[in-house]
Design a protein around this ligand. Structure first.
Ligand code: DNO
Length: 391
């Protein structure tokens, strides 16, 4: 595996100098300043690429080239936006960047309810609490159909929480779900947005009447339209699974499990239409066994995210150590090293530890925590490679 690292551009407090020292080979990044839907120019791509290369590193993967909302809900200007997307892909290809990660999640990218869930040892991880999420849905968004999505027991706990939650905690929950986790990856909502709940409701309304089938058709339309460009410029597209991999807020989610993955790979059966194998996202779904998924889909995987989760009672989950949990990273490394040892891999998220807390890093993207995870993963890879050599 190529050891890569998600780096957020020239303003990232974690510098390329630091990354070179800890053994990173490839960079995963995006033109974060270009608004969603606008074309990534050859000049802008080459400028960032040259900067990365000046540190002896390479720009291995784009994460993400965002798919505008209007492409996902089939708005009036989707064809114009798809044309822009194709131009960006062509420009990336001309600059020698051939792996592009994206997602097809409506409105909201990944979801967590707590960014600082403490472990006994004093470190912290990201956490998803189903009752807190239900609280956000039922009591803060007040979504009309929300009651149907939760069990009577969950709704009882929501009421119980309502009796004791403080205004500050409510603000924090809103900030976590809509702003902090989204601002840096999703062009819909920016840090500093003054009315996030109102804006969020408007975005949700764009998907009224769009069910899983409609969203699937919109994904097929998008993929069919971009594949000729991918063929011409040798671009490997790799969709990121939905995180967490289940339906939320009445929105359809269509990259959640084996059947979903098989569907989009077969719907547009072109090797350039592939998957980002995110072990963390997939393992948060109780229906998923990451080892079976990796065996089935390794041949269409273009990019790997190594992270693990531990499922907790009641549908809650925590991002666990990379050595434990339902990600089964050792087994995944065995499968992928045999299938294609060149694949780019980044460790995804890490704990907050040893002073990461006050640096203002994007949630999940700590320095020490990810460095520790990278070292653990490198160790696993070395053992697996040794096994393979001697087998
Ligand atoms: C969060 C990430 C996601 C991912 C995008 C890819 O940490 O895993 O935001 O980058 O969904 O498009």
């Amino acid at each position: 595996m190529e050891l890569t690292w998600r780096w957020f551009g020239k303003n990232d407090k974690i510098t390329l100098d630091m990354l070179r020292q800890i053994g990173v080979e490839g960079i995963v990044t995006a033109l974060h300043d270009v608004p969603n839907g606008e074309v990534w120019t050859v000049e802008a791509i080459n400028d960032l690429k040259a900067y990365i290369e000046s540190y002896g590193l390479r720009w291995s993967v784009v994460e993400s080239l965002p798919v505008s909302e209007a492409i996902k809900y089939a708005g009036d200007d989707r064809d114009r936006l798809i044309d822009n997307y194709r131009l960006s892909l062509a420009n990336l290809g001309k600059c020698g960047i051939h792996t592009v990660c994206y997602n097809f999640m409506p409105v909201i990218d990944w979801i967590r309810t707590d960014l600082n869930h403490r472990w006994d040892d004093g470190t912290s991880s990201l956490y998803f609490d189903r009752v807190r999420f239900a609280y956000f849905d039922v009591k803060i968004l007040r979504r009309a159909e929300a009651g149907k999505d939760y069990t009577p027991e969950e709704l009882r706990q929501v009421d119980e929480l309502d009796a004791r939650i403080t205004e500050a905690e409510k603000e924090e929950l809103i900030d976590t779900i809509i702003v902090k986790t989204q601002g840096f990856v999703n062009g819909n909502i920016r840090e500093g947005e003054r009315h996030p709940v109102a804006l969020f409701k408007k975005l949700l309304a764009l998907y009224d009447g769009i069910d899983r089938n409609a969203l699937r058709e919109n994904m097929r339309y998008f993929l069919e339209a971009i594949m000729p460009t991918c063929d011409e410029y040798h671009i490997n597209m790799c969709v990121h699974p939905d995180d967490p991999p289940f339906q939320v807020l009445g929105l359809p989610r269509i990259v959640t499990d084996e059947a979903d993955i098989r569907w989009f790979l077969e719907a547009v059966n072109n090797p350039h239409n592939g998957l980002t194998f995110c072990a963390g996202s997939l393992s948060a779904g109780e229906q998923n066994d990451t080892r079976l998924l990796a065996k089935e889909f390794a041949h269409r995987t273009h990019f790997i995210h190594l992270r693990s989760t531990a499922a907790m009672p009641g549908g809650n989950f925590i991002e666990s150590s990379h050595l434990t949990g339902r990600g089964h990273l050792i087994d995944l490394i065995r499968i992928f090293e045999q299938q294609n040892p060149q694949l780019p891999m980044r460790v995804d998220h890490g704990r907050m530890m040893l002073g990461d807390e006050d640096k203002g890093y994007n949630p999940g993207y700590s320095f020490h925590g990810r460095m520790l995870a990278l070292a653990q993963v490198e160790g696993m890879i070395a053992v697996v490679d040794d096994e393979l050599k001697n087998s």
